[in-house]
Design a protein around this ligand. Structure first.
Ligand code: IPE
Ligand code: IPE
Ligand code: MG
Length: 260
């Protein structure tokens, strides 16, 4: 038969990405270009978040992951960090009710212990309120780092090994994935970075091993449905090979077509 080739993954043309992950970059430059303080860019960026969430939910995207604050972003000026934290809190207060009405399930990944107690409580409350929702899963990565995620997964596995009587644990990729902050969530199919930089900046390092990258020069506050459509279209025209040859993927696709 198809010698283990994942036909679905290789299909070109119509498939929607099930999981889209976005590094929302360029808020500061957007504001500076308008001679505004950087924080004005973060406020404008929160509107782009709303547009993106709504569009993805309408399009049937199953999971949308947004990088909101990295484990390295604490290095920014104190005032900017404070404003970002305040914006995080007010956005949650304003948006969670509507997200819940739209059946969105909210998940937060990252080391939340560094946030104020009030913010931690709000995060927990939002997750509890939306936890049973069956619509799109919206993952907010806050104080998240890919390296942090890998370390905390390793720590959990060590604890499991210690709990085993003989102290032994066979670490497989599947077991490791179950210990990551994204346990139970399929890896991103499409990774979008706005703002033009061509780097991962410590986002989902493990999870993006085979994710398709789309780089956009558009600054995050200007990001909208048209740009998102462009990214999805680019994704739909990629051939995902996962180590196979292009010929293997094509012949698997032809076999499937013939079988239909
Ligand atoms: C992304 O925009 C938002 C966060 C990192 C919180 P930036 O603030 O990094 O914007 P630029 O890259 O300085 O333009
Ligand atoms: C990545 O953007 C983090 C977020 C979008 C939250 P940065 O602006 O922090 O990335 P670098 O520092 O340019 O790599
Ligand atoms: Mg940036």
């Amino acid at each position: 038969m198809n010698a283990g080739v994942d036909v679905e993954a290789g299909t070109v043309g119509v498939r929607m990405p099930k999981h889209i992950a976005i590094v929302m970059d360029g808020n500061g430059r957007w504001a500076q270009a308008k001679h505004l303080p950087r924080t004005a860019g973060h406020h404008a960026g929160s509107k782009a978040v709303r547009r993106t969430v709504e569009y993805c939910a309408q399009q049937g995207v199953e999971v949308l992951s947004l990088f909101a604050f990295s484990s390295e972003n604490w290095r920014r000026p104190k005032e900017e960090v404070e404003i970002l934290m305040r914006l995080f809190m007010t956005t949650l207060k304003q948006e969670v009710k509507r997200l819940n009405e739209n059946k969105v399930r909210l998940l937060f990944i990252g080391d939340r212990g560094a946030f104020s107690q009030a913010l931690q409580d709000k995060i927990k409350e939002s997750e509890q309120l939306t936890g049973e929702n069956t619509g799109m899963t919206l993952i907010i990565a806050a104080n998240y780092g890919g390296r942090w995620d890998i370390c905390q997964a390793a720590e959990r596995l060590i604890q499991q090994a210690v709990a085993n009587n003989d102290g032994h644990l066979k670490v497989t990729e599947a077991l490791f994935e179950d210990s990551l902050a994204t346990a139970g969530i399929a890896d991103p199919d499409l990774f979008i970075r706005t703002g033009g930089e061509k780097r991962i900046s410590n986002f989902m390092l493990w999870q993006m091993a085979y994710t398709e990258f789309f780089n956009s020069a558009v600054l995050w506050p200007d990001f909208n449905e048209d740009y998102l459509r462009e990214a999805i279209f680019a994704y739909q025209n990629r051939q995902r090979r996962f180590g196979h040859t292009g010929e293997q993927i094509e012949s698997a696709q032809n076999n499937t077509k013939n079988e239909l």
